[in-house]
Design a protein around this ligand. Structure first.
Ligand code: CAA
Ligand code: NAI
Length: 701
């Protein structure tokens, strides 16, 4: 028997228990164990039914993703599932935890399914750039119809046991001891003489042809927008379509072929990289050395854009929040900002009034700093001005309880300069949220010179509580994200000044897979913010740095973007989507004349070659300076904070796939025109010289 699947006889039932922590992934050992178990049960005349169950926290959560890309090893999962389905004795699967992907496919290979009420069931392969390759699309369609199969497999989100039962995927739910309940169910099946009931032979889901057809067409329309640029979701639709018309064997073969096509794509590499990257980024030295401090109540200073968003994120997570503002009028505005978010959700039917009340009951408005005396963690989100922030921290030093973590949400300022005005720099960290803070998943945890390990690990604990993905960043200007953003933003601005239309640049970025282009982002965020930052840095700007004044000119005209109805784009009354602003082209042309630039053409390919080279090169500098711990952390920042297309894995993964030598050659080519901006990072030069990749660095970290 395999080490990962135990076999025991319980009365007339052979029990196969999968034990492969942490998530019982279907690695080789498990696959072999399942086949051996089924064969052993079949060969034993005393066995009348087989039960498959998971040990520990879950039924298998899928194929073992770590095996992908390695030489295939017999038996393959589809064979295992087919072998289970072909068993001559009834097979029951008992589901708890998360029965996902290959896990659900194994369960569908069984003839009957019982689940714990809390079980989650799903086909999340699409999140990995692949599709259910062991019959998931075929058997789900046959049991539950095209809509259910498409929703599960193209949406990738698990459903609850209740819903799965309504769809016919689960036969029975039991809230007692799952193994006992499953054995009792097996007993019932044996006594009633119920034999094997292969999912592949079921047809309930195929009967309503017109509904199934409509589901296919609806999904195609939805995916055209939602899954733009992706490969796997459209192949899933083809598989479900095949399930509607082909005999099961042909359907399974079709699905397998599509699965293998997906496995060959760079998108699969990108998305699996993202899966592991977002789990690795929380592995930081401070958290491994020290447990977090208690986190029962937090305070937020400032009720503006960020303060309100952070407050909503905390209230949503059930954390009591004290919000402090400057005066009665400001705190009333701060509270209104919080309520506006909830009212918007209520209006769209995504929250009910009672849930809003429940959240607001955890909210305490205040204008006096003493209201924060009991807070375990205080997040400052006041104006981006060092003196103002230092003043806030001096006051916090007086009133915060000993051991409270004091955090600043600054975008660019020096966290040490803030920490050092207090008598307790060991408690001070940066918590850099992204706007809108209740929605954006990224949280940069900024580590200045002298925080205690447990202050940093508390930051990570907060992120987990808020369901955010946290990345550790050292305290350098712009941390990880804004620093790299600034570099490729400059690159875009230079291309614009050299002749590429900003609208062509945005289109190239959009076609690359970003949700919007960089100039659209500027308009959304407000160009006044980067304008203020440019002014702040003017005195320290390197003399050899190329400076484009195009956006300053637009700001001088009062065109900040969406908030002023005009920026790089014009926004007719209330519109969120802008039209090109003809005045911008005029300003660019004036600047070209002033600087003696003869505009030239840029293809989309060149635009993206430059854009990515600037991004990756700055990423390499961030790494060599120790601002990020590992390349994959930079990928996570780009994916969760800046809209980088997930199916490309992140900029550093993209660079590995593009070829670091090729990327360096691009930089060398661009360096001829601007040696300062395009100077290749030493790290990149070194990696290329040694024939190494960012992935090698990830492995070392
Ligand atoms: N294969 C290998 N390792 C896996 C894994 C898998 N399918 N799923 C999770 N793990 C690992 C994680 O990398 C993590 O490892 P470390 O502790 O070393 O970081 C560990 O298991 C625990 O995972 P999480 O930290 O994510 O734990 P969680 O409790 O937050 O979430 C989970 C559990 C919901 C199962 C989540 O891990 C998850 O969504 N896993 C992936 C599920 C999935 O995509 N399944 C489909 C796989 S593809 C497939 O099955 C193809 C096919 O049809 C043939
Ligand atoms: P904002 O201007 O919307 O809000 C700032 C709030 O702070 C105002 O409501 C103001 O009344 C209040 N305030 C000022 N001084 C105060 C004091 N001494 N005590 C209490 N309250 C005080 O600014 P926003 O956009 O929310 O930014 C806040 C911080 O977050 C800044 O440091 C900014 O750089 C950072 N940030 C902003 C992002 C954004 O996209 N807006 C993104 C990430 C960080």
């Amino acid at each position: 028997m395999s080490n990962a699947v135990s076999y025991e006889i319980n009365g007339a039932v052979a029990v196969l228990t999968i034990d492969n922590p942490p998530v019982n992934a279907l690695g080789l050992d498990v696959r072999q164990g399942l086949v051996a178990g089924i064969e052993q049960a079949e060969a034993n005349a005393d066995v009348q039914a087989v039960l498959i169950i998971g040990a520990g926290r879950t039924f298998p959560a899928g194929a073992d993703i770590r095996e992908f890309g390695k030489p295939p090893m017999d038996p393959y999962l589809p064979e295992v599932v087919s072998r289970i389905e072909a068993c001559t004795k009834p097979v029951i699967a008992a589901l708890h935890g998360t029965a996902l992907g290959g896990g659900l496919e194994v369960a569908l290979g069984a003839h009957y399914r019982i689940a714990a009420p809390s079980a989650r069931i799903g086909l999340p392969e699409v999140n990995l750039g692949i599709l259910p390759g062991a019959g998931g699309t075929q058997r789900t369609t046959r049991i539950a119809g095209a809509k259910a199969a498409l929703d599960m497999a193209t949406g990738g989100k698990p459903i609850g046991a209740d819903k799965a039962q309504k769809l016919g995927i689960i036969d029975k739910i039991d809230d007692g001891d799952l193994k006992q309940a499953a054995l009792a169910y097996a007993g019932e099946l044996i006594s009633s003489g119920a034999g094997p009931r292969p999912s592949g032979a079921r047809t309930e889901g195929l009967s309503d042809e017109s509904t199934n057809r409509a589901a296919i067409e609806d999904t195609k329309a939805i995916l055209a927008k939602r899954a733009r640029g992706q490969f796997a979701p459209f192949r899933i639709v083809e598989c479900v379509e095949a399930a509607l018309t082909l005999p099961i064997d042909e359907g399974l073969a079709f699905e397998r072929a599509k699965f293998l096509e997906c496995m060959e794509t760079p998108q699969r590499l990108g998305m699996i990289h993202a899966f592991f990257a977002e789990r690795t980024c929380t592995k930081v030295p401070e958290a491994s050395r020290a447990a977090p401090r208690a986190l029962n109540q937090i305070a937020v200073i400032g009720g503006g854009t960020m303060g309100a968003g952070i407050t909503v994120a905390a209230l949503d997570a059930g954390l009591p929040v004290v919000m402090v503002e400057r005066d009665a009028e400001s705190i009333a505005r701060g509270q209104a900002n919080v309520e506006k978010v909830y009212d918007g959700l209520i209006k769209r039917g995504r929250l009910d009034a009672a849930s809003k009340d429940k959240r607001m009951a955890l909210y305490t408005p205040a204008t006096d700093y003493s209201a924060m005396a009991d807070a375990d963690l205080i997040i400052e989100a006041v104006f981006e001005n060092l003196e103002v922030k230092q003043d806030v921290f001096k006051q916090l030093d007086k009133i915060a309880k000993p051991g409270a973590v004091l955090a600043t949400n600054t975008s660019y300022l020096d966290v040490d300069a803030i920490a050092n005005v207090t008598s307790r720099p060991q408690d001070v960290i940066g918590l850099h949220f992204f706007s809108p803070a209740n929605i954006m998943k990224l949280l940069e945890i900024v580590v200045p010179e002298s925080p205690a390990d447990n202050a940093v690990s508390t930051g990570f604990a907060l992120a987990k509580r808020l369901k955010k993905t946290a990345v550790r960043a050292a305290n350098r200007d712009g941390f990880i994200g804004n620093r790299i953003y600034k570099a490729y933003g400059l690159c875009a601005t230079y291309m614009m000044e050299d002749g590429a239309s900003p609208y062509d640049i945005d289109k190239a970025i959009y076609d690359f897979g970003y949700p919007i282009g960089i100039f659209q982002v500027h308009d959304l965020a407000g160009m006044d913010i980067s304008w203020a930052n440019r002014k702040r840095l003017a005195a320290t700007r390197a003399p050899q740095e190329r400076y484009s004044a195009v956006q300053d000119k637009l700001c001088e005209a009062g065109w900040f973007g969406q908030k002023t109805g005009r920026g790089m784009y014009v926004y007719p009354e209330g519109a969120r989507k802008g039209e090109p602003n003809p005045d911008v082209l005029e300003v660019i042309s004036e600047e070209q004349t002033r600087l003696g630039i003869t505009p030239r053409k840029f293809t989309s390919d060149e635009i993206m070659r430059r854009y990515m080279a600037a991004m990756v090169n700055e990423g390499a500098k961030v790494l060599q300076e120790g601002v990020a711990l590992r390349p994959s952390d930079i990928d996570v920042v780009a994916l969760y904070g800046y809209g980088f297309p997930r199916y490309r894995g992140g900029p550093m993964k993209y660079a590995d796939m593009y070829g670091l030598d090729k990327l360096l050659a691009d930089l060398r080519e661009f360096e001829l025109e601007d040696a300062h901006f395009w100077k290749p990072a030493d790290l990149l030069v070194d990696l290329v010289a040694k024939g190494r990749t960012f992935e090698d660095q990830n492995k070392e970290s």
